[in-house]
Design a protein. Structure first.
Length: 320
C-alpha cells in the first residue's frame, strides 16, 4: 500500500511496513475522521470504521499472497502527569514537599515500631496511586500512574535512630529488686546468710528492649558482673553485685564440755567457771562447740592451774 489518509491528510509517519498507528484527536471531537487508503495496482482494500472512537481497520489483499491489516487507533490526548499535588504523613504535608522532588527522609523517634500513615492528593483525577509501606528503616514507595500509563515514583524512607541507652531499669535477686537500685549506680553489695551454699537467682530488666546484656556469676562469694551494650553499640555500662557473708563479731562459744558433759552454769556470755575434782584423779577433758564456723579457738590447758579457752571472732574480737 502507498498511503493512508485521515481526514484527507496523509499520515505523517506512514510506512508500508508499519501496520499499527495511533491518531490523537482533539478533546471536543467525538467521532473519527474519514480514512482513505491508496493501494498498489491489483490490490483490494477494505476499510472498516468504528462507530465513534476506536480502531479503524484497513485490509489490503494483493492479487497474489497473503493480506495485511493496518490499524489506526483513534484516541483523545491522555494525561502524562505523574506528579502529586500533596504528600502527607499522618495528615501533615511531608517536610520540604515539592511535586517534582521524588525522594524524602523522615526521622522518627527512638523506639518507633510502626510507621505513620502516608496519604496524598492527586494532581489529576485520572491518576491511579498505589502506596507500598515496608516498615521502619525501609523505603516506602508511592507509585503514581498517569492516564497514559506513565508511572512516577515517590520514595519515603522512615529512619528510626538506634538507641544509645546502656542502663538497666532493674536488677533482681530471687525476683525482688536489689536494695537501693538506681540505673546510675553501678556497684552493689549483698550479704549472704550464714551457711548459704548457693547464690540467689539474679535477673534484670532492660532499660531498652534492644540492649544486649551479658552476665558473669561467681560460684558463691565474689562479684556478679553485668555488661550492658546499647542498641547502637556506642555505649556500655557495667554493673557489679558483690556477694559475701557477713563478718562475724561473735567471740562466744556455743558450749563448753567437761568429759563430754556441759559445764555447770554454762552461758555464752559467762567466761569464768570453777571445776572441783577429787585429788589423785585424772584431769577432765575440756572440749567446746563453736557458735560460728569462722571462729578460731585456742585451748591452753594448764592442768591444776586451770584451762584457758581463747575465742577469736572473724573480725578479731576475742573472749577468754
Amino acid at each position: 500500500m502507498r498511503d493512508i489518509l485521515v481526514g484527507g491528510v496523509s499520515l505523517a509517519d506512514f510506512s508500508a511496513d508499519q501496520l499499527e498507528y495511533r491518531y490523537i484527536l482533539a478533546d471536543d471531537v467525538t467521532a473519527c475522521p474519514m480514512v482513505d487508503a491508496v493501494g498498489e495496482p491489483g490490490q483490494t482494500i477494505t476499510i472498516t470504521m468504528p462507530k465513534q472512537l476506536g480502531v479503524a481497520y484497513i485490509e489490503v489483499q494483493p492479487e497474489v499472497g497473503g493480506k495485511n491489516i493496518y490499524t489506526i487507533r483513534f484516541t483523545h490526548q491522555q494525561s502524562a502527569i505523574t506528579q502529586l499535588s500533596d504528600l502527607t504523613i499522618d495528615g501533615v504535608t511531608i517536610d520540604g514537599f515539592d511535586p517534582a522532588i521524588a525522594n524524602y527522609q523522615v526521622n522518627l523517634p527512638v523506639g518507633t515500631k510502626a510507621v505513620p500513615a502516608i496519604s496524598y492528593t492527586t494532581a489529576d483525577d485520572k491518576q491511579t496511586v498505589q502506596v507500598l509501606q515496608q516498615g521502619v528503616n525501609a523505603p516506602a514507595y508511592v507509585y503514581v500512574m498517569a492516564e497514559d500509563g506513565t508511572v512516577g515514583t515517590y520514595t519515603i524512607t522512615f529512619n528510626v535512630p538506634l538507641s544509645n541507652e546502656a542502663r538497666l531499669s532493674a536488677i533482681k535477686l530471687d525476683g525482688v529488686g536489689i536494695q537501693g537500685f538506681d540505673p546510675d549506680t553501678y556497684s552493689y553489695a549483698v550479704t549472704l546468710e550464714e551457711g548459704a551454699t548457693q547464690l540467689p537467682v539474679l535477673t534484670y530488666e532492660k532499660g531498652y528492649a534492644a540492649q544486649q546484656v551479658s552476665v558473669i556469676m561467681p560460684a558463691l562469694q565474689g562479684k556478679a558482673v553485668l555488661v550492658v551494650t546499647s542498641e547502637d553499640k556506642t555505649q556500655t555500662q557495667t554493673y557489679e553485685v558483690a556477694f559475701d557473708f557477713a563478718v562475724q563479731t561473735d567471740a562466744t562459744l556455743k558450749n563448753i564440755l567437761v568429759d563430754g558433759v556441759t559445764v555447770d552454769g554454762f552461758a555464752p556470755d559467762n567466761v569464768d567457771y570453777e571445776l572441783t575434782y577429787q585429788k589423785g584423779t585424772a584431769l577432765p577433758v575440756i572440749t567446746y562447740e563453736k557458735q560460728h564456723a569462722t571462729q578460731q579457738v585456742v585451748v591452753n590447758n594448764q592442768g591444776t592451774l586451770g584451762c584457758d579457752i581463747t575465742v577469736t571472732a572473724q573480725d578479731g574480737s576475742q573472749n577468754t
